[in-house]
Structure formats: structure tokens, C-alpha cells
Design a protein around this ligand. Structure first.
Ligand code: PLP
Length: 417
């Protein structure tokens, strides 16, 4: 039973969400900056600890590492956007990834993960969790469904993928991955950081959706934050006083930061549409010059058809593209020209910013992967990742890019090479 994407629209769902007014009728919600909350009756306190009262049962709060009203409201807004029952926000994307995995896996359990993952998530699964928690991972080509299924064993608890992989932009076949997970009674956990609004993984069967809100959801490169979107039941497990990964490891988001992010959600649809429109434009122009561009909105992308099936059309195919320059030296030369001579964008890791950000993945955000794993994941040393911003005019930006490209020496890789 695969739900069709037609029955869910994230913008409609966000607008249908009950608005949270401020304490005095303000159009914005109030920031609840208290860490602790009073009870009017001493009998209430043990009932809150026993889970008989909470945010969804009488609007009761206890302590802000558990639930904070402002953070809880941002969670509700993100849950509406992702089409999940619940969500709770974390102090970073890694806090969300870690909590989702640790909640589902006990010591000795096993994960099947895509070999094409954000470097931090790769290191968590490859190095940290086996050493510290006895949780092991088999890395697979997530687009090879037979390989995914063959890696599932008796202790496997979840399959972990990115909707659009960082930085290789492979599109995960969420409906089919979900069908495999259902068959084996395990969870599908999806990192949707690259594609908020573009793809709604829960509608294609993801059980848990995580984000680094540091990226597109913030959009201003000023806040580190994350979110776990799931069922109410899973959220209750995350907050369990004895075994909850969020409650006990404590990567909770600050109320003021939750408020800041909540003010940006209403314009996320406008931003995503423009990021995607410009990335599509650049991908087409670069491809027309015969360059080796990776972008799921191009017809030659291996999962182009899948992308069109899964994406909400008005948000395009996302704001990230890759350009293979053949060598790290040439990738560095292009970034240097683009930043320091042509003011096209910034040499910096991260993504989803209003200005364009550029980084060489193998030497930065994927440097956690050893050379053979980089190769297996398709991350060549000259691969440049561009997060396309929306400042400046499109033609101005293209001229800057073209001027920089003409200054590079030697033949550049072509799609055939
Ligand atoms: C950045 C990123 C993360 C980690 O998020 P932080 O907010 O930096 O902790 C996780 N997954 C993906 C795909 C990312 O790009």
C-alpha cells in the first residue's frame, strides 16, 4: 500500500495547522523561555512524571529538556509539513540522527545504511556506534534493492537512507525501500535535509524522517538545529524517562532558536522553489557546455524518473548540484575564482543558504570516508558540491560562472568520461 503523493501537500498541511497565537494575542507565538513549570496542585507532579499528563494531555509541561512549549509548537509545524503525527526538535541535525538510530537499536542490533551518506552520519554508523554501543552497520548501494534486502539480518532494526544523498544526489526509491522494511518488520529512517517540501518521505512510507534544520529550513546559516518526525508512539519512546534517547542524552533545542526557525517556515516554500529553479537553470546551462553535472532535474540523471514520481512538482528538484572538475586542484581553482574574483558565492561547507555555497566534498564534508568508500559512493576528488543561492540576478550569476570556467586550463570531464 503505497500512498500516492496526490493525497498530501505540505503547503496545504502547513496552512491547515492550527495557528499558535502569542500569550497576549500576538500574531506570533510567545517564546516560553522557562526551564521549569509550576503545578497548582501537588498531586499533579507525579502524574506528569507518570506520563498521564503532557503537551497533548492537558497542555502540561514539566521541564524544558523534556518538552518546552515553543519547541513543541515548532515540532508540530514541522510534523504538519512532513505529514507525520509528531515531531520534536533537537539542538543539531546530528542530535536528530543519533536519537532516531539509538532509540530503535539496542546493543547488538544492526543497521542497513546507504553507502552514500553525509560524512557525520557515516562516521556515527561506521565508527562511533559499533565502538560505543555495539550497533553495527552494513553499507549498501541503496539503489540496488536486492543488495538492501540481502543485507537485512535477524538483528536488523532499520534501513537508513538520505532522500537525496549528500553529495552524490542519488534519489532513494522510498516506496520500494518501505515495502522491503514492512516485509521484514523494520523501520525506514530517512534524512530529508536536502529536500524539505520537495519530497515528503512519510507519504512514501518512511517511518521516521530527520532533518538538519541548519540547512534549508533555517536558510540563513545562523542556527544549528535538527528535528525527528515520527509517530506519537516513537516520540513518546524518545522522551521516556528511563530509555529515551532525547530525554537522557539531552540534545534539545533552545526555545528562542525554535521561535526563530518558526518565523522562517512560512517562507520556506518560496525559498525552496527559487533554490530549485536556479539550480535547474545552472544544471542545464552547465550541461549545455558539455560539463559533467549531477542534478536530479536533468534527464540524464540515473533517477530522474523516480525524482519526478516522488517530488511535489512546484518545488522542483532541490537546490544542490554537483560539478565534476576531474581533479581536486581544478575544483579548488574554480572555487577560488568564483569566490575571490567573481563574487559568485562562498567557499564553505553547509548548504541551504541564501548565498551560493561551494565545497569539495571528498576533502571536506565527506572526508570521514576512506578512499575506497569515497570511490564506492561515487565521490570523486574533483567533485564540487554547489548549494545554489538566490541572491543576485540569474543572468549575472551565470556570467560570473562562465567567466570563471573560461579561466580553467585543460579539457574538463564530460558526461561520457
Ligand atoms: C548537515 C547535515 C547533517 C548534520 O546536521 P547538523 O545540523 O550539522 O548537525 C545531517 N545530514 C545531512 C544530510 C546534512 O547535510
Amino acid at each position: 500500500m503505497t500512498p500516492s503523493s496526490n493525497d498530501f501537500h505540505p503547503v496545504r498541511a502547513m496552512a491547515g495547522h492550527r495557528h499558535e497565537f502569542g500569550e497576549h494575542g500576538g500574531v506570533n507565538m510567545s517564546v516560553e523561555s522557562s526551564t521549569t513549570f509550576t503545578v497548582m496542585d501537588p498531586a499533579r507532579m507525579p502524574q506528569i512524571f507518570a506520563g498521564e499528563h503532557g503537551p497533548e494531555q492537558g497542555g502540561c509541561y514539566l521541564y524544558s529538556r523534556h518538552f518546552n512549549p515553543t519547541v513543541y509548537e515548532l515540532g508540530r509545524e514541522i510534523a504538519a509539513m512532513e505529514g507525520t503525527e509528531a515531531a520534536y526538535c533537537t539542538a543539531s541535525g546530528m542530535g536528530a540522527v543519533m536519537a532516531a538510530i539509538l532509540q530503535e537499536c539496542d546493543h547488538g542490533d544492526h543497521v542497513v545504511a546507504s553507502q552514500a551518506l553525509y560524512g557525520g552520519s557515516y562516521a556515527l554508523l561506521h565508527d562511533f556506534l559499533p565502538r560505543k554501543n555495539g550497533i553495527t552497520t552494513t553499507f549498501v548501494d541503496a539503489n540496488d534493492l536486492a543488495q538492501v534486502e540481502a543485507a537485512i539480518g535477524p538483528r536488523t532494526r532499520l534501513v537508513y537512507v538520505e532522500t537525496l544523498s549528500n553529495p552524490t544526489l542519488a534519489v532513494a526509491d522510498l516506496p520500494r525501500l518501505s515495502a522491503i522494511c514492512r516485509r521484514h518488520g523494520i523501520k525506514l529512517v530517512v534524512d530529508n535535509t536536502f529536500t524539505p517540501l520537495v519530497i515528503s518521505p512519510a507519504r512514501w512510507g518512511a517511518d521516521v524522517v530527520v532533518h538538519s534544520m541548519t540547512k534549508f529550513i533555517s536558510g540563513a546559516s545562523d542556527v544549528i538545529a535538527g528535528v525527528v518526525c515520527s509517530s506519537q508512539e516513537f516520540l513518546a519512546q524518545l522522551m521516556d524517562l528511563h530509555t529515551g534517547a532525547l530525554m537522557l542524552l539531552g540534545p534539545t533545542l533552545d526555545a528562542q532558536r525554535a521561535f526563530d526557525l518558526s518565523c522562517r517556515l512560512p517562507h520556506l516554500p518560496l525559498r525552496m522553489a527559487e533554490h530549485s529553479r536556479r539550480a535547474q537553470f545552472f544544471a542545464e546551462r552547465l550541461a549545455a557546455r558539455g560539463l559533467k553535472v549531477g542534478y536530479p532535474g536533468l534527464a540524464d540523471h540515473p533517477q530522474h524518473a523516480l525524482m519526478q514520481q516522488l517530488a511535489h512538482a512546484e518545488f522542483g528538484c532541490g537546490g544542490i548540484l554537483t560539478l565534476d572538475l576531474g581533479s581536486e586542484a581544478r575544483a579548488n581553482r574554480l572555487m577560488d575564482l568564483l569566490q575571490n574574483e567573481h563574487a559568485f558565492g562562498f567557499m564553505a561547507v553547509s548548504l541551504g543558504f541564501h548565498h551560493t555555497l561551494m565545497s569539495c566534498s571528498a576533502a571536506s564534508t565527506s572526508s570521514e570516508l576512506p578512499p575506497e568508500d569515497l570511490q564506492r559512493a561515487g565521490i570523486s576528488t574533483g567533485l564540487l558540491r554547489l548549494s545554489i543561492g538566490y541572491t543576485g540576478t540569474l543572468e549575472q550569476r551565470w556570467q560570473q560562472m562562465e567567466s570563471a570556467l573560461t579561466k580553467l586550463d585543460g579539457p574538463l570531464p564530460t558526461p561520457q568520461a
